[in-house]
Ligand binder design. Structure first.
Ligand SMILES: *Cc1c(COP(=O)(O)O)cnc(C)c1O
Length: 465
């Protein structure tokens, strides 16, 4: 048995190719047999180690069949992106490189591609030209990074150095979010010490958009320094908050300078990259910071998120591992000073490969195509009498099959049957099937196949045979 790197890589490549070959034919989620196969992984290997080739063989034989096929075109659960072929292949090469991107000197190639990919993302998303983007583990980490940066910047402007003094005794810092903000934002606020009970929660409308009039009423000219958190792309409906109205209001009442607008746009921010969808996020570029993911809609391999800030000095100051005011040369990207991690993978390498091969037009096309497919899925269901709970504007749709119990039963039947995989959610008090088209390899035929499977399950649940 071999431990030769080349031979193992060849075995790994064969295993990966076998998995990819079955990608578009098998179940969308593992069946009972595949799950039972997981018991075949030795649990005593810590004391009885196995050869390296055996480990790869087990991954191939037992692991692959038990993987969820988020990459085969028929997986519409959560908002899980597929994987772009160029991105996957680039990650294999970068895996062999095993670079640590903490500092440019540790990986000139990683730093170079990271800087390029980050600039491209700022450009594609229509963020201000001076904005700085940095890669991280996902939108949750990006949200936390932005919240900490906003906290330190706003309190710093009020004369309080959080890094030196902590939060006890700090001047007041208000936080305003929509009722529909993502759970990861609430986690970020809690972890950053901003106290969830102190957050002002503004109601959202029937599509999940922040109610602009209620926001106007919630933030007045005497407001304390305020962190406003809005979102691009509600995880249920895909609708985005009225960014321009939020920024207009803060400017009109003269408090913009002591406020920070953060946008959680894990997937929805990519609407900005598609000319036909850009209007959905109008005004988003007027924020101070943004969080998004590359592993969702861009179909980069997991895990890869992005945080961006309009004023790069604020991020450097909040995330520096040196003194806050030692920021180094402005155009350098010491990544350990641009995010929470020190050692970190070359996450940007697959992103670079995806963006370099898709180009601007390819990104726009991928976003637009997924939106049209979500609309197609919803129409197929609606034509058969299924209720669609919110207008489809992006890549998300919600379906109800009658009462909550019936909807849950249809979802369970679809998941058990295996042709496709869709999850459940609760939208405005009602159970719903959530449809997310986030795998850019999905075709119209995949959508039709999946919709047929859903309608078959609905028929079975209504009329048990
Ligand atoms: C997925 C998602 C997140 C969390 O992103 P992760 O990449 O899973 O950390 C945050 N906000 C929104 C709107 C999301 O859709």
């Amino acid at each position: 048995m071999t431990t030769d790197k080349g031979e193992l890589l060849a075995l790994a490549a064969e295993a990966a190719l076998r998995y990819v070959a079955g990608e578009r034919t098998g179940r969308a989620s593992p069946g009972a047999d595949a799950l039972a196969g997981l018991d075949g992984f030795p649990t005593d290997a810590l004391d009885h180690p196995i050869p390296a080739a055996t480990a790869i063989e087990l991954l191939d034989r037992l692991g692959g069949p038990a993987a969820v096929r988020t990459t085969g075109g028929r997986y519409f659960g959560f908002v899980n992106g597929g994987v772009d072929p160029a991105g996957l292949a680039a990650s294999v090469v970068a895996g062999a490189w095993d670079q640590n991107l903490a500092l440019p000197v540790m990986s000139p190639v990683g730093a170079h591609l990271d800087a390029t990919a980050a600039r491209w993302i700022v450009d594609l998303l229509g963020l201000p030209a001076g904005a700085l983007a940095s890669f991280c583990a996902g939108a949750t980490v990006a949200n936390l990074t932005a919240v900490v940066t906003a906290r330190d910047t706003l309190l710093g402007r009020a004369g309080w150095d959080v890094r030196a003094r902590g939060l006890a005794g700090a001047p007041p810092l208000a936080v305003v979010t929509s009722a529909e903000i993502h759970a990861s934002v609430r986690k970020a606020l809690a972890v950053a010490g901003l106290g969830l009970d102190t957050v002002t929660v503004v109601p959202a409308d029937a599509s999940g958009r922040l109610d602009a009039a209620a926001f106007t009423a919630a933030v007045g000219p005497d407001a304390d320094p305020t962190l406003v958190i809005v979102q691009a792309g509600n995880v249920n409906t895909g609708h985005s908050d009225p960014f321009a109205a939020v920024a207009d209001h803060l400017e009109t009442i003269g408090v913009r300078q002591r406020c920070w607008i953060h946008v959680d746009g894990a997937f929805g921010l990519w609407a900005a990259a598609a000319p036909e969808r850009r209007h959905l996020v109008a005004g988003v570029e007027r924020a101070d910071s943004w969080a998004t993911d590359a592993h969702k809609w861009l179909n980069a391999p997991y895990d890869c998120g992005v945080v961006a800030v309009a004023d790069s000095a604020t991020l450097r100051s909040a995330m520096s591992m040196d003194a806050a005011y030692v920021t180094g040369a402005g155009d350098e990207r010491p990544l350990m000073n641009l995010g929470l991690q020190m050692s970190q993978a070359a996450r940007a390498v697959p992103v670079w490969a995806i963006l370099a091969t898709w180009g601007r037009a390819g990104v726009a096309d991928a976003v637009e195509r997924c939106c049209r497919l979500a609309d197609r899925f919803a129409r197929r269901l609606a034509d058969a009498g299924v209720e669609i709970l919110a207008p489809v504007v992006l890549n998300q749709a919600l379906a109800s099959f009658g009462d909550d119990a019936l909807t849950d039963a249809v979802i369970a039947a679809v998941q058990a049957e295996g042709t496709t995989w869709l999850g459940a959610t609760t939208w405005q008090g009602r159970r719903a099937m959530r449809i997310s088209v986030s795998d850019t390899s999905t075709t119209g035929a995949d959508v039709d196949t999946a919709a047929d499977a859903v309608l078959r399950a609905w028929a079975t649940v209504r009329q048990p045979s």
